[in-house]
Design a protein around this ligand. Structure first.
Ligand SMILES: Cc1cc2nc3c(=O)[nH]c(=O)nc-3n(C[C@H](O)[C@H](O)[C@H](O)COP(=O)(O)O)c2cc1C
Length: 232
């Protein structure tokens, strides 16, 4: 099987949010598609280990926020590389309560919808959730972020719990990023490129990894500098 063929499947990038016993939680998902038009239904694949999945199976309601093209990587990192088990992802985030009572993330969202679960199918590590759409709203006319844009332009990766996960080493090989100066984050696969630096976080272009301050953290997943290893 040529895995490369699977990488040709296209997706968008979304935040699925839900709430259980007054505690909101949400996670990044790419595996979303509309199933039927009448009634309008939607499906998503969730890893059973995610807190969002645990909450959703109890609450049976969720919202989806469709993210715009220029959503910062740190924002995606907060919802896609961290678990609600260790941090409150909604702190400092702009959100609203939907008519179903579920939280809806508004930051960087160009549209949102709410759904109730009408079906589920266990598939190994994941559960496919089918939801009947109850509400849908357009929030702006910005362009949506696609999975290809996230990978190719924003240089983003998918963590182990994402259905489209590719090992960091394979990703490095795939992108042909083999120079000695680059460092890869062992947690999320982000590659620090000294040519680019990390200007958003105070590291100027042209800064060697050795010269990056020890307080610097991975812009995607927040891992410390000690979690990086040289790209061989
Ligand atoms: C680009 C991207 C796409 C992802 N797609 C999915 C997905 O479709 N399904 C899934 O279960 N996890 C996906 N993830 C992983 C979850 O967002 C991640 O495991 C998250 O930390 C779970 O948080 P939670 O434990 O708070 O629910 C994706 C992550 C990223 C960065």
């Amino acid at each position: 099987m040529n895995q490369e063929a699977l990488h040709k499947i296209t997706y968008g990038i979304y935040i699925l949010s839900t709430e259980f016993e007054g505690k909101p939680n949400g996670q990044i998902v790419n595996s979303v598609f509309q199933v039927t038009a009448e009634p309008a239904t939607i499906a998503v694949s969730l890893n059973k280990q995610n807190l969002t999945c645990e909450y959703l199976l109890k609450t049976k309601k969720f919202s989806l926020s469709m993210l715009e093209k220029n959503t910062p990587m740190t924002f995606i990192g907060q919802f896609g590389f961290k678990s609600g088990r260790t941090s409150n992802k909604f702190e400092g985030i702009s959100s609203k309560k939907g008519t179903t009572g579920m939280p809806i993330v508004l930051d960087h969202a160009l549209a949102c919808l709410e759904a109730e679960v009408i079906g589920q199918l266990e598939v190994g590590t994941n559960i496919i959730i089918v939801g009947k759409i109850l509400e849908a709203e357009v929030l702006s006319q910005l362009e949506p972020m696609t999975y290809v844009y996230y990978h190719d332009v924003k240089k983003g990766f998918s963590p182990k719990n994402a259905p489209t996960y590719i090992k960091a080493e394979e990703m490095v090989a795939k992108k042909g990023e083999k120079t000695m100066d680059k460092y890869v984050c062992k947690v999320c696969g982000y590659i620090y490129d000294p040519v680019v630096g990390d200007p958003d976080n105070g590291v100027a272009a042209g800064t060697k990894f050795e010269d990056v301050p020890n307080t610097w953290v991975c812009p995607i997943c927040g891992a410390g500098k000690d979690q990086f290893e040289e790209v061989k």
